[in-house]
Design a protein around this ligand. Structure first.
Ligand SMILES: [Mg+2]
Length: 237
């Protein structure tokens, strides 16, 4: 396949720029330990309630950004624990979670170098992501990538999560993109690759940290290191 220089490269954020799973696990552990150390809340019960609320809130809030809202998870867990009054502790748990989370985020190797190459090539960069805009902005800031990302479109501002078409249509509108003018880089076939191919007619790059080559009609390239993306870009000439 002959690649042409894109007008823009659109990225997913979580598990595409850094490991969400790792940062989340460490942040959640800190919250669990705080409740255990200060109030004797059993860690297994906390985990059980977290999993229950994870399912529950995703069902109630469906495809909205709020379905991932950690503050709501902690509020609902405290209610299940019959922890009252809970105004202050709910805020403290949320603040602790995010403080640890932001600290634990590390960009994947060569991502920053790739993004710098992209900027040198005069290609616009955008992030399209499921969650509240302000938290996602802070993630970019804490990854040290604020100068490399031109735009961020969140599901919060369009009212519905990927893989629905709205976040992608908003991205095209904001970046003034016609079809077939962008590349999409993401870790999820369902949430990033398939909708980008269908809606934006992007050339698609699936990031996988398993080194396993995943094949699918909607994936143009599968890669496991951003050094590959640097080579692809430099070969455009
Ligand atoms: Mg992702």
């Amino acid at each position: 396949m002959k690649l042409k220089k894109p007008k823009a490269i659109i990225f997913d954020l979580d598990d595409t720029f850094y490991s969400y799973k790792e940062a989340h696990a460490i942040a959640l552990k800190k919250v669990r330990l705080k409740l255990n150390n200060e109030f004797g809340v059993n860690e297994k019960i906390f985990t059980k309630y977290y999993d229950l609320e994870n399912k529950n809130l995703k069902k109630i809030l469906q495809n909205t950004a709020s379905s991932h809202n950690k503050f709501l998870y902690f509020k609902k867990i405290l209610e299940r624990l019959k922890f009252t009054p809970y105004i202050r502790i709910a805020i403290e748990l949320n603040n602790l979670y995010w403080e640890v989370f932001y600290n634990e985020m590390t960009p994947f190797p060569y991502l920053k170098e790739f993004l710098i190459d992209v900027k040198h090539s005069d290609i616009t960069t955008g992030v399209v992501t499921n969650y509240d805009a302000s938290y996602q902005f802070k993630k970019i800031l804490n990854l040290g990538l604020e100068n490399e990302i031109d735009y961020l479109i969140s599901s919060e501002e369009v009212g519905i999560n990927k893989p629905n078409k709205e976040p992608f249509l908003k991205t095209m509108e904001l970046l003034n993109l016609k079809k077939d003018e962008s590349w999409m880089v993401g870790d999820s076939l369902k949430h990033d690759i398939e909708p980008a191919k269908k809606i934006m007619e992007s050339t698609t790059f699936l990031y996988t940290n398993s080194k396993k080559n995943i094949t699918n009609n909607n994936i143009d390239y599968c890669f496991s290191s951003y050094s590959f993306m640097r080579t692809v870009l430099s070969n455009l000439g």
